[in-house]
Design a protein around this ligand. Sequence first.
Ligand SMILES: NC(=O)c1ccc[n+]([C@@H]2O[C@H](COP(=O)([O-])OP(=O)(O)OC[C@H]3O[C@@H](n4cnc5c(N)ncnc54)[C@H](O)[C@@H]3O)[C@@H](O)[C@H]2O)c1
Length: 323
Amino acid sequence: MLKVGLIGCGFMGAMHANCYKNMAGVEVVAFADIRREKAEALAKGTDAVLYGDGKELIENAKVDIIDICLPTFLHAEYAMLAMDKVSYVFVEKPVALTLEQGKQMLEKSRATGCQVQVGQVIRFWDEYVALRGIIESGVYGKVSHANFRRISPRPDWGWEDWLLDYKRSGGAGQDLHIHDVDYVLSVFGEPKSFYSVKNILGEVNSYVNTLMEYEDFVVSVEGTWDLPASYPFTATFRVAFEKAVVENAGGKLMCYTAEGAKEIEIEKAELVGGVEGGNISDLGGYYNELVYFCDKAAKGEKIEKATLCDGVSSLTFLLKELG
Ligand SMILES: NC(=O)c1ccc[n+]([C@@H]2O[C@H](COP(=O)([O-])OP(=O)(O)OC[C@H]3O[C@@H](n4cnc5c(N)ncnc54)[C@H](O)[C@@H]3O)[C@@H](O)[C@H]2O)c1
């Protein structure tokens, strides 16, 4: 049995806890949250040990892996403490608040040998996994242009409203838009040039739109959380190839060719326990990334997807976009 210590029992902590419940051979044996009722809610019906501050869990819990779902400004401090204690650490995205912190985390992981995965979950999201396969197969020819969008109402669920405090979250750029940036970098690599605009009007860092220029195609990536509460959270992409357009919109992955339109069927794991109250309730990608992480930990193997290095590279690019 792989024993997990989960730090931060808010929206994402609840999501992760429910993902672990769907896995065989994995159990959360310790929860930490400074709001005790949050830890209690996730531990209900289990024998898990509860802690207040995450440092108590890191110090005392008998666990194989530590999963950090804390607000972004706390990632580096807690992840580095965890790296001293266990061989596998999962830290939510974005990897850290600053590049300096990201570099310190890299140094710590090198010094301890700890394997770290960052919650860049889009790399594990079914539709985006399918798209990567289509691009790599070349079945529709080369990409000519692509668009990725992630647009959302304001995130109002955070503890002490930390998400809307840009000094603690980095704002929509760092918290939301980084999902697509990380995915695009992982599929296409670094662009030869890019042009980024943000918040011409309104609050700082709640809207980013970036045009990335590659050798023979362009990619635009748009993200905002500056929309009213009634606007549905929307994550879409449209990729134009020489012989088709593949689009993820309206809950369907579609392929359009000269012959006609067809839906690309995706097999999804049957999961129970989505979490309401944040912007996404689907466990899918979170489950996939944690299955990958736990499998690597159980086998004692290296993390090769959404690595700490990947997380720091995406943060580096993102911070350049934000200027
Ligand atoms: N991958 C995704 O799609 C996704 C989605 C939402 C959030 N996130 C990330 O997950 C992380 C957490 O975000 P969230 O939405 O769950 O925030 P949240 O505010 O809902 O949860 C954070 C929790 O941490 C607790 N906490 C604060 N300080 C603590 C400490 N020192 N020790 C123990 N607990 C402490 C708070 O009480 C709160 O319950 C962030 O990095 C965020 O960017 C990722």
